[in-house]
Design a protein around this ligand. Structure first.
Ligand code: UDP
Ligand code: MG
Length: 327
């Protein structure tokens, strides 16, 4: 097992970047990220978390470490753990008073980090970001806007743009996130829970510089379920209310049908209407079972208590043992 991180917070800034099969974009990222950070005039470190990549990313990260060992750390996870778990792994190794998260694909320009830090300097402990103009596919833009609105309604988390990962967190918030031990989580929302003075800034957004999105539709749906069920019980409560309403209406409907049976006698007209009502109710019941399943499944995952990730090896000046790191 790799040694635990150093406890002292000796730096102004830690930038944590999850990397999963990003060989096409990493050279461009290195080229823009380091000058942007040097220009800030603050002490910083960049922590790359290789999330079990199967391409040349691990080797590229090592090369970059060798180029800038003073300000670079690379954490290699043994297997793919997912973007948010990878961020958690990176958090464990941060030493900065402020921690900034960034995607590897240059969709969020690293030149914007200074804007976030200004807000931190102004006393905020959580700085979210809003993409000025999204450069994603049409359906993703629409779907994500809809999910954003839904989340805003059913959780207490207020983010204008939940999908933007360029965010700055105060050290204490990062610590709280680490202490929360959630099996499946959504970092921007989790951080928001602990923030006392959150704020948001508008940032530029670019198209993915190279490579392709790691989020196919089903993963996006999964992520949004994590967000809803992880931060709100409202879906369950709404469901009970709907169930209750249908029960009340059905109750009177049954009385009405029973009376007709007694007064008018047996009749089959309108049987399709009855079917329609039955199908509707059956659909709602099935949806409810599925919804329950989402919560129960997450309880199951959480109760297993499996480690969220396994760190394979660490490249850093402070850990001189790079045994097992990709070369
Ligand atoms: N990522 C990761 N593990 C995964 C999936 C993604 O570390 O299992 C990283 C990926 O390398 C990138 C970031 O998470 O740095 C966001 O992924 P992507 O840009 O594909 O998401 P999108 O912008 O399409 O939502
Ligand atoms: Mg992206």
């Amino acid at each position: 097992m790799v040694e635990p991180p150093l406890p002292e917070q000796t730096l102004d800034l830690s930038v944590v970047i999850p990397v999963y099969n990003e060989q096409d974009v990493l050279p461009a990222l290195f080229e823009r990220l380091y000058p942007a950070l040097d220009a800030l005039g603050r002490s910083y470190e960049v922590i790359f978390v290789d999330d079990g990549s199967r391409d040349r990313s691990p080797a590229l990260l090592r090369e970059q470490y060798q180029r800038r060992p003073d300000v670079t750390r690379v954490i290699y996870l043994r297997a793919n753990a997912g973007q948010h778990a990878a961020l958690m792994a990176g958090f464990e190794y941060t030493r900065g008073k402020t921690v900034v998260t960034l995607d590897a694909d240059l969709q969020n320009p690293p030149e914007e980090i200074g804007k976030l830090l200004e807000q931190i300097d102004a006393g905020h402990d959580y700085v979210g970001s809003i993409r000025r103009q999204r450069k994603d596919s049409w359906w993703r833009d629409k779907a994500s806007r809809a999910m954003n609105r839904l989340r805003e309604k059913i959780t207490n988390i207020h983010m204008t743009d939940q999908g933007c990962m360029l965010r700055a967190y105060d050290r204490d918030i990062v610590q709280a996130m680490l202490d929360s031990h959630e099996a499946q989580t959504f970092i921007p929302a989790l951080g928001y829970l602990y923030a006392g003075h959150p704020t948001e800034v508008v940032v530029e957004h670019e198209e993915r510089a190279a490579g392709e999105s790691k989020y196919p539709l089903y993963k996006l749906i999964h992520l949004n379920f994590d967000l809803m069920t992880g931060f709100s019980l409202a879906p369950l409560q709404i469901f009970s209310v709907v169930g209750f309403f249908i029960s009340v209406v059905s109750f009177f409907f049954v009385i009405y049908l029973a009376l007709r049976r007694l007064i008018v006698g047996p009749e089959v007209e309108g049987v399709f209407t009855l079917f329609a009502i039955l199908f509707l109710v059956a659909g709602i019941i099935l949806f409810g079972i599925g919804l329950l399943g989402e919560y129960v499944g997450r309880i199951l995952v959480q109760s297993r208590g499996r480690p969220r990730y396994l760190v394979g090896c660490v490249l850093s000046k402070e850990h001189d043992d790079d045994k097992g790191c990709p070369s």
